[in-house]
Design a binder for this molecule. Structure first.
Ligand SMILES: [Zn+2]
Length: 66
């Protein structure tokens, strides 16, 4: 008797066996979707380009009298 789990992405019952290579997901598609969302989340948090960066002040502008 194989154990059944629910696909974390779509909730479809997945047989927990050697034949279910994408377990606990029902398919490669669901696995990639879930993995992709996870990566997006961590990427959004760790993205350094999203943080406000210090702009260097303009040096050869009106602020420098000649
Ligand atoms: Zn699924």
């Amino acid at each position: 008797m194989a154990k059944e789990v629910s696909c974390p992405n779509c909730g479809k019952p997945v047989e927990w066996s050697e034949q279910s290579q994408w377990r606990p997901f029902c398919s490669e598609r669901c696995r990639l979707i879930d993995l992709g969302e996870w990566l997006n989340e961590s990427h959004r948090i760790a993205d350094p380009t999203d943080a406000p960066s210090e702009d260097p002040p303009p040096s050869d502008d009106l602020s420098t009298p000649h």
